[in-house]
Ligand binder design. Structure first.
Ligand code: MSP
Length: 661
């Protein structure tokens, strides 16, 4: 039986961070879990490489789009390797094979009457590659809050509206098609409110997949990107079955509409089988803020992997965050969880159990036979209580993982760990070891066997989440069958062989000192961020030529109050002839007449990038003539030595003319 699952294919205009790692780690966990259930599980991830954003990022980096994508796609692949993720296919959308499969799918939709040519004028968000329905010029994108741009083009359209009934029928006949329920409801409401046809090609873009025989049309990035899930496994089989359709698309909640509406619609129109399920998880927030480049609060996986190991990150993300909901990441919580659950919990259980077997039984697993005294023990601490709890965990944990309730499953495994811990304390094997009585010997054997067998089961159950450390504990237990071969339906109490020689004990989760560990991760984070900035072709931070903020002369609040800073909307922008740096703009700052402003930003921004953009204007500067044009105000931008100016702006919508205080 095959199980084909995918992560989103990630945009290459940002370097990978733990948000991307989160989805990919869950895919890896599910692959390992499905394998334990006897499936041949296959993962596709990859990189989404086309579109204006990438074109612009490449330009900024001084590379061709292809060169730029090669570097960033390789960085994503390197990250997944560093985290030990078992990726089968890394699909790049610039792969020529993908180009063919996109055109084929388009042709199928066209042959079936779902494609027509039309003209489109509307607002478009270049960052999300999304046309924003019902938006007016100057409106922000509802997803990212950045200003939309007005575009008019002749495009190929996809008849999405015609598929509304079929989509609704799909959601009703397969209630688990979209998970979790909240996302399903969101999609249902969206589709019920009526679907408009989708423009699926562009003519204003060079870096995209050309539509065969239809130059200058290139495909809209989302039409191109979704098809990557099919390209990756075209013609491929596992367990005698064709890998397509996918059994699961794992995604973040912000891209649910593309996956649960557009994607099945494209496939329906092409007459191809639909994926079986889409699961949209929540966002990882950094200390309750959304991680984003502009907030500068992005956390990377590499420093965590280097200091604490990839399993520590996996465990934290899956235990701390309820899959499907938003969750917070913080270094304190990460180290806290690690110390309490991994070092003191599983790690401690493993080392004390294995160390006692070495100390008291020469490293050989004893035979665990009950004597009359053990049978008469209080039920909650007896060996039977432990084996019952283990059998219960075997019965329940897979169901939790199957239902994407990873934290619940882990909670159950950890409750078994505390049962075993309590059992060991109660039995006090160190006391039994001092006695020479035959009954005490037998009880010690039974205690050690029970603890070791519970450890074996705990390790097997936790292995999809903690593959590397589970493998190490497994080897220390002296198991010869590789842990990857363990089948969950064959896991049962009593399989540990008495007489088995265990391996050398070494701590799997050494306790961490929080402060230095966090400092080390933060220092590495800075290093990695700087390396990635260089990779993205960003100008290195300016050398410390300018005085540090605290050294700059201080001014009184009133001094600042004399500067009239206003929110302005750029109504027009054109280059000043004969002056490479100067841009001549009309900016609405909420007065009767727009202001004329001439600014030295023409090398950093094209006129179309400025149009409809909200900027910050110093409104009470004395007028000044530049190349014969009177400039009435100044536009605020950050200046980076040796780099280009970067305009100040807003994430939230803000009325034109608002004062900055
Ligand atoms: N290229 C599109 C996807 C096309 S799929 C055919 C895209 N790429 S992306 O690089 O922006 O990646 C988005 C995905 O990364 C999210 O859906 C989610 O899987 C993951 N995450 C990125 N940031 C995240 C968080 N802060 N938290 C959780 N997951 C996040 O959209």
């Amino acid at each position: 039986m095959k199980y084909y699952l995918t992560t989103p294919i990630y945009y290459v205009n940002a370097a990978p961070h733990i948000g991307h790692a989160y989805t990919t780690i869950v895919a890896d966990l599910l692959k390992r879990f499905k394998r334990m259930q006897g499936f041949e599980a296959v993962i596709t991830t990859g990189s989404d490489e086309h579109g204006v954003n990438v074109e612009r990022a490449a330009e900024r980096a001084g590379k061709t789009p292809q060169e730029f994508c090669d570097v960033i796609a390789a960085e994503f692949a390197r990250q997944w390797k560093m985290l030990g993720l078992q990726i089968d296919h890394f699909q790049r959308t610039s792969d020529p094979r993908h180009e063919r499969s996109v055109n084929q799918l388009f042709q199928r939709c066209r042959d079936n009457g779902y494609i027509y040519k039309g003209s489109y004028t509307g607002q478009y968000c270049i960052f999300d590659n999304l046309y924003v329905n019902d938006a007016k010029p100057g409106d922000p994108c509802p997803d990212c809050g950045r200003l939309t741009e007005t575009v008019t083009e002749e495009n190929f359209f996809f008849k999405l509206s015609a598929l509304q009934p079929k989509l609704l029928e799909l959601y009703h006949s397969q209630p688990d098609f979209i998970q979790p329920e909240t996302r399903r409801n969101e999609v249902l409401a969206f589709v019920k409110s009526g679907l408009t046809d989708l423009s699926i090609t562009r003519t204003n873009l060079k870096w995209g997949i050309p539509v065969d025989q239809e130059a200058p049309h290139v495909f809209y990035v989302w039409f191109d990107a979704l098809i990557a899930y099919m390209t990756a496994v075209e013609g491929e089989k596992a367990g005698g079955e064709s890998l397509w359709p996918a059994d699961l698309h794992l995604i973040g909640k912000e891209i649910i509409r593309f996956h649960a509406v557009y994607w099945p619609a494209f496939l329906m129109a092409a007459g191809l089988p639909l994926p079986r399920r889409i699961f949209a998880h929540g966002w990882l927030l950094f200390e309750s803020d959304k991680m984003s480049k502009s907030r500068g609060n992005i956390v990377r996986a590499e420093p965590i992997q280097k200091v604490m190991g990839a399993d520590a990150l996996r465990y934290f993300l899956l235990r701390e965050v309820v899959f499907g909901q938003d969750g917070s990441f913080s270094y304190d919580a990460l180290v806290g969880r690690y110390n309490s659950d991994l070092a003191n919990g599983l790690g401690n259980l493993a080392s004390r159990t294995l160390t006692m077997i070495h100390q008291y039984r020469g490293g050989v697993v004893p035979r665990g036979e009950r004597d009359a005294r053990t049978a008469a023990m209080p039920p909650e601490v007896s060996p039977d209580a432990v084996s019952d709890a283990a059998t219960h965990a075997i019965a329940k944990v897979p169901g939790d993982f199957e239902a994407f309730c990873f934290s619940l499953g882990l909670e159950k495994i950890w409750s078994l760990i505390s049962t075993v811990d309590r059992f060991i304390v109660q039995m006090a094997p160190w006391k039994l070891a001092r006695s020479t009585e035959a009954a005490a010997r037998q009880q010690l054997d039974d205690t050690l066997y029970t603890a070791a067998e519970a450890l074996r089961i705990i390790t097997a159950l936790a292995s999809p989440v903690l593959p590397e450390s589970a493998g190490r504990i497994w080897a220390q237990l002296g198991m010869t069958q590789p842990i990857e071969r363990v089948r969950i339906d064959q896991l049962q109490w009593g399989e540990l062989k008495p007489g088995q020689q265990i391996g050398a004990v070494s701590p799997v989760f050494p306790r961490l000192d929080a402060r230095p560990a966090i400092e080390q991760m933060r220092a590495l984070e800075e290093k990695v961020t700087a390396e990635q900035a260089v990779m993205m072709g960003k100008t290195a931070p300016a050398p410390a030529a300018a005085p540090a903020p605290e050294e700059t002369a201080k001014i009184a609040i009133d001094d600042f109050g004399r500067v009239d800073l206003r929110v302005g909307l750029v109504l027009s922008a054109e280059r000043v002839k004969g002056a490479d740096k100067l841009m001549h703009m009309k900016v609405d700052i909420g007065e009767a007449e727009p202001r004329t402003i001439v600014a030295g930003i023409a090398e950093a921004y094209r006129p179309d990038e400025l149009l409809n953009r909200k900027v910050v204007i110093v409104a009470n500067l004395q007028p000044r003539k530049l190349r014969g044009i009177e400039s009435n105000g100044m536009i605020v931008a950050a200046s980076v030595e040796g780099g280009k100016p970067v305009l100040a702006g807003f994430h939230e919508d803000i009325p034109v003319g608002a004062r900055l205080k």
